[in-house]
Design a protein. Structure first.
Length: 323
């Protein structure tokens, strides 16, 4: 029995007439009669009583049509869900991120993505840059937002795109001499007790800060920006932070600019190059709209991904994923 035959039976049941059902289906009445007859022979029972006025469902037909409609509805629903999945409107996406991405980038980006793709389940995990790179390569997450691009063995299998730039500021206790200054020079940080992430957690940032850390009067390691600020509030030293962290200042701390500006590694979005997940494509497309400075590069990457996957003719355009 074929799916089309179920449609034929349901059409006759709805029109209560073979000729009218045939017209609605775009086929001849004899062909429709043969198809319905084939179903009845396979079932071993009549589904319709043929009369001069039309076709009336038998008791068996009443039962059969209920199930036939259910099957057709399920098939239609399956087709709809398959198309939604192909557009990245369903499924799941596992995101690993450094805590500082929550200060400015992620709140608005995730809100935009969830609004455009409410059917996608987001699983978010706070990870250091080193942890997120390892998790991405291991397949434990689908997307990483880190301070600088992941490095090390296997990094060549990843694609990394900068999504937000930043520069260094310092946090100090309000009683610290730096607290009364609009800015401090880089040289003035030498010899200070400093609070910063460890190289094991944030290798790219520590490489940039190493000249300062190497000349410090002691370094206290902290896992995230909140801990850096908290330790500075305790008077444990001068915290080294991205400029975006200025919003997190506490009553006991003061945020001070550093001159000349010292650029930190960009917040970077990384994913496995070979990953062709529609939810990932959808997230990248929303990011391209949300972060216009990197949007052009992301759009080009996505087009290349679709062409490589053979989706030039069938894949929806990038804009279809974004909104």
């Amino acid at each position: 029995m074929e799916l089309r035959q179920l449609r034929y039976v349901v059409a006759v049941a709805e029109h209560r007439h073979f000729r009218r059902a045939a017209l609605a289906l775009g086929m001849t009445q004899p062909s429709l009669s043969r198809q319905v007859g084939a179903v009845e022979r396979e079932l071993g029972t009549a589904l319709f009583e043929r009369t001069a006025r039309g076709a009336v469902l038998t008791a068996a037909g009443e039962v059969y049509v209920v199930h036939a409609r259910r099957v057709l509805d399920e098939v239609a629903a399956g087709a709809t869900e398959a198309r939604r999945a192909a557009r990245g409107q369903t499924g799941s996406l596992r995101l690993g991120f450094v805590g500082e991405a929550l200060i400015e980038l992620l709140p608005s980006l995730l809100a935009r993505f969830r609004s455009a793709h409410p059917g996608v389940h987001l699983e978010c995990r706070e990870l250091s840059t080193a942890q997120s790179g390892a998790a991405l390569l291991a397949g434990d997450i689908d997307l990483a937002i880190s301070r600088g691009a992941p490095t090390g063995d296997g990094a060549e299998r990843l694609t990394a795109v900068p999504v937000a730039g930043d520069h260094l500021i310092v946090a100090c206790h309000r009683a610290h001499p730096f607290a009364s200054r609009p800015a401090v020079a880089v040289e003035q940080l030498r010899g200070q007790a400093l609070i910063a992430a460890s190289a094991g957690d944030e290798p790219a940032a520590v490489r940039v800060l190493q000249p300062l850390l190497g000349a410090a009067g002691g370094v206290t390691h902290a896992r995230d920006v909140h801990t850096v600020i908290g330790l500075a509030a305790c008077g444990m030293g001068v915290g080294l932070l991205p400029f975006s962290a200025r919003r997190l200042a506490r009553a006991e701390t003061v945020m001070v600019e550093v001159e000349p500006p010292l650029r930190l590694p960009d917040l970077t979005m990384a994913f496995r190059t070979a990953d062709e997940s529609p939810p990932l494509d959808a997230f990248l497309a929303v990011t391209a709209v949300h972060c216009p400075d990197t949007g052009k590069r992301l759009n080009l990457l996505m087009l290349k991904r679709h062409r490589k996957a053979g989706g030039q003719a069938s894949s929806p355009p990038v804009e279809a994923f974004a909104e």
